[in-house]
Design a protein around this ligand. Structure first.
Ligand code: ADP
Length: 203
């Protein structure tokens, strides 16, 4: 669902994205990390943010668990609720792009149509999908939050990779094998992508 309330008129800003980007000295974009629970989305997003922040780049991480404390606290993990979760986060991420910020989102975002919908809301160069590729076996062995154990026991329902599907990206801008590489190697791959795409160029 993507509706507009009635009787509302968009108020154009005088200070626009290009002005903010010029002030910041870099472009804004969405770095959309997707992958199984425990694949390393949060770890990688925060590690990339730390490197960028140290270089005076404006960033913000939207983390799956954190938004479910507030903005999406009313949602569960059914397919419909997962889609609504991603829709809200996508709208939020779009605002960050307008604000001139590099926003890094760490959500399982298991459904291709949900990710593609967010992609369709921004210019092609503004959405970089980063697939944290890691086998269920490795994620389960890590079991960072103990959720795989609970899912196997049946106490967590609709768990991605166990009892709910994960649809791998078909054309991600970057695939990082988080099951095989270390965090620093993955961070370098993401930073290289940003350099290649001109996101970090001085403007
Ligand atoms: P997710 O956000 O995808 O659920 P987390 O970032 O919470 O995953 O957990 C991933 C775990 O895997 C962390 O304990 C992290 O230290 C570990 N890990 C090992 N290698 C990597 C890697 N290359 N990238 C990211 N995390 C990794």
């Amino acid at each position: 669902m993507n509706k507009t309330s009635s009787n509302v008129i968009w108020h154009g800003a005088t200070v626009q994205r290009e002005h903010r980007e010029r002030l910041n000295g870099h472009r804004s974009a969405i770095l959309w990390f997707t992958g199984l629970s425990g694949a390393g989305k949060s770890t990688l997003a925060h590690a990339v943010e730390q490197r960028l922040h140290a270089c005076a780049v404006r960033t913000y991480v939207l983390d799956g668990d954190n938004v479910r404390h507030g903005l999406c606290g009313d949602l569960g993990f059914s397919a419909a609720d997962r889609s609504e979760n991603i829709r809200r986060v996508g709208e939020l991420a779009k605002l960050f792009v307008d604000a001139g910020v590099i926003v890094l989102t760490a959500f399982i975002s298991p459904f291709r149509t949900d990710r593609d919908l967010v992609r369709s809301w921004v210019a092609p160069e503004d959405f970089l999908e980063i697939h944290c590729r890691c086998s269920v076996e490795v994620c389960e062995a890590r079991d960072v939050k103990g959720l795989y154990k609970m899912a196997r026991a049946g106490s967590v329902k609709d768990f991605t990779g166990i009892s709910s599907p994960y649809e791998e990206p078909l054309a991600a801008e970057l695939i990082v094998n988080t099951g095989e590489l270390n965090v620093e190697q993955c961070v370098e791959m993401v930073l290289n992508l940003l350099r290649e795409r001109g996101i970090l160029r001085s403007i």
